[in-house]
Write a protein that binds this ligand. Sequence first.
Ligand SMILES: [Fe+2]
Length: 267
Amino acid sequence: MIVAVSILAAAGALSYSSFKLGKHSQRNLKEGCASATQEMMDHESWSAIVDNYVYIHNAFRNDLQRIITNCEHNKFNINELEKWKEILELHSRVEDEIIVVALQARLRRQKEDKLPNEILNGTDHDKVTMLTDKCLDCTDNDKRLSLLKDLAIELDNHLNREEEVMMGLLIKYFSKRELWAIDSFIVNPKLDYCDTKDSLIQITKWWFSNICISEGRKLLVKFVRAGRQPPMPIEDWKKLQNDIPALKKYSINDIIDAPTQKRVNAP
Ligand SMILES: [Fe+2]
């Protein structure tokens, strides 16, 4: 895991320095999040959720906007939209299989808060996928442009809904260390999300090239922090695993992160 984090940090540093040199200067990149209150941003758990709910959301918005602008200039490149779709699908799969499921398990026990159906049953993700496929299948540039603009609206509706609902509930129902643990599942090479160095590097480069400099800087710091977490008790890993059916096929040793691994393997 330490290796994975180093790769991410290195790839990030590469992309970071390249966009700092001016590649981003022409782009009007979205940054920040309207749903993030000061109280949320001051919370100790904020750093464990901000990448999955602010930085990567903005990268999806910004990259799609770049693809739309290219289409407006008759320079649509299908490979760029295919790559965007692939990364979005991975992100959505992590949400559907890990984050939403773990949160829903806690909400069911507490009976205080509820998730909207669009997030719970994955229909938001399905709508975005269907529209993306329409854009990929379309061969007329004007029609494609119109579909891409519809996709941007649909995507924004979905991401806004997640930002409004998920961030506050995650902070409320999980400890800071549990949120770092959930975050670690995404880049754990033993699980089937970001499980190869190549996919890690590709996604990280894409990520840094589609966010503004200030968010890129914070994302780099966050990558380093992820590898420096205190170990989490094995019982707490088991509790998380029990609430996430997609993780039940793995041994507990496969799902614990590098800082916990170190403690377990210590003589
Ligand atoms: Fe999502």
